[in-house]
Ligand binder design. Structure first.
Ligand code: T3P
Length: 123
């Protein structure tokens, strides 16, 4: 069974990509099997080394806006791509807009080792 940590890697990690094209999200959301029913409204891929993303869990405690465990914010801006579902897009034709950004990211972490399990957002 896929652990929450593995799910985070599948849905949110793409360290080896630096430049993305307009079709990136439509390709990646299918390739990584992030397409559920209904279409997932927003999903972020992180283009930084895994160790740098895992390190976020060890510092940078910030309050969570929801009920989830513990939130941690990166100490530097990270290269990310936000995939946003286009208006009117209906499953199974989940059509995504690709937006490259550099922002601080916020994750929740769990377990031992204490690793990212959910992407909370970017600021
Ligand atoms: P998951 O918990 O599987 O990582 O917040 C609900 C989901 O939306 C959550 O999925 C994370 C995802 N999400 C992003 O990937 N990027 C964002 O910027 C936001 C706000 C949510």
């Amino acid at each position: 069974k896929e652990t929450q940590a593995d799910e985070f890697l599948r849905q949110h990690m793409d360290p080896d990509t630096s430049k993305v094209t307009a079709s990136y999200c439509n390709t990646m959301m299918k390739l990584r099997n992030v397409m559920g029913e209904p279409c997932k409204p927003v999903n972020t891929f992180i283009h930084e080394p895994l160790r740098d993303v895992q390190a976020i869990c060890l510092k940078g405690d910030v309050p969570c806006k929801n009920t989830k465990s513990d939130c941690h914010q990166s100490s530097s801006k990270m290269r990310i791509t936000d995939c946003r579902l286009k208006k009117g897009s209906i499953y199974p034709q989940c059509d995504y807009e690709t937006q490259q950004k550099r922002k601080y990211i916020i994750v929740t972490c769990e377990g031992n080792p204490y690793v990212p399990v959910h992407f909370v957002g970017s600021v």
